[in-house]
Ligand binder design. Structure first.
Ligand code: PEP
Ligand code: MG
Length: 319
């Protein structure tokens, strides 16, 4: 019964009392974009462009990148697409961009930091995105959002924003997935138009726990109070500055976490398209005030299991 209601529901993400929260798709390819765009999502909150670079000996050309980014934008039409610039390094090694001699690749030259060693990679990517933007009419240009991964400081955010705006991108953001960025979310948001929390890496770096070590999953849990505190601080900065703060890590796909995030003031949740209906259903069954109470209960808990239990205790019977 609930399942049928869930499948029929194609309305935009919103609480029972109409507070909007955009439900978006995480994608990695133009084919993903076509599939996701056929579902009732409000756009893509994370286009992982590194997929286009994986398994190759050289970077894709400007023309090739322009073609792929253009087709992803076209697939979503008048819906927004948040393109993430190359996130190579650590768990996403690239033949032409990985430093073989790094002892701690997760702490090394990865994500936006590659601008220090291989600035042309980002330059070409921004030129391709700029070319796509230039080909869109003015209203559609606003649907192209571009963000950089692994930003740690406001200075990096400013530097990225300067480069992206110079390329003709109008909506510029960065990911918050390093604790330093979450702690300075206000200063970072002052430099950009939006941020998106990457809770996979934020949990990894907050808990000093390799995200690929299955036996440490309890530490890596996004319900860990320290991780929730950093998410809450980032959300608060967004609310105070009136700028969007999304979540695009796996935690957004947990319907119970979706309620917490909504209550914290997160403005969009991006996840695998298959997870969207359950998130939509959970959010629709609670008011914003209920989501806030659920978030408060989770933040007050002393451990990850207690946070989850405290949130669950305040939900409607079906989530
Ligand atoms: C994250 O870190 O949460 C994220 C969304 O990025 P990725 O999983 O691609 O590192
Ligand atoms: Mg990440």
């Amino acid at each position: 019964d609930a399942e049928r209601e869930l499948a029929r529901d194609t309305a935009p993400g919103a609480t029972a009392d109409g507070h909007r929260i955009d439900l978006l798709a995480n994608i990695g390819t133009a084919a993903d974009a076509d599939r996701a765009a056929a579902t009732p999502v409000a756009g893509s909150g994370l286009f992982r462009t590194e997929v286009l670079f994986l398994g190759r000996q050289t970077a894709p050309t400007l023309a090739e990148q322009t073609e792929v980014y253009g087709s992803v934008l076209r697939a979503f039409g008048d819906r927004k697409v948040v393109v993430r610039t190359l996130d190579a390094g650590a768990d996403k090694p690239l033949a032409f961009a990985t430093q073989a001699d790094e002892e701690n690749p997760a702490l090394g030259v990865r994500g936006y930091r590659l601008v220090r060693t291989l600035p042309d990679l980002l330059g070409t990517q921004l030129a391709a995105l700029g070319a796509v933007a230039a080909g869109l009419d003015e209203a559609d240009r606003d649907h192209l959002w571009v963000m950089a991964p692994m930003v740690a400081t406001p200075a990096e955010a400013r530097d990225f924003a300067t480069r992206a705006r110079a390329a003709g991108i109008t909506r510029v953001g960065v990911m918050v997935e390093v604790p330093a960025a979450a702690l300075r979310a206000r200063e970072i948001l002052a430099e950009v138009d939006f941020v998106s929390l990457g809770t996979n890496d934020l949990a990894q770096y907050t808990m000093a726990t390799d995200r690929l070590r299955g036996e440490l999953a309890d530490l890596l849990d996004p319900w860990q109070p320290a991780v929730l505190d950093l998410v809450a601080a980032t959300a608060r900065a967004g609310v105070d500055l009136g700028k969007p703060v999304g979540v695009c890590g796996e935690s957004a796909a947990d319907p119970l976490m979706a309620l917490v995030l909504t209550g914290l003031g997160i403005t969009s949740l991006s996840m695998s398209p298959a997870a969207v209906p359950a998130a939509r259903y959970a959010v629709r069954r609670h008011t914003l005030a209920q989501c806030r109470a659920i978030a408060d209960a989770a933040l007050a808990a002393g451990s990850a299991p207690e946070a989850r239990a405290a949130a669950l205790a305040l939900t409607a019977s079906e989530v």
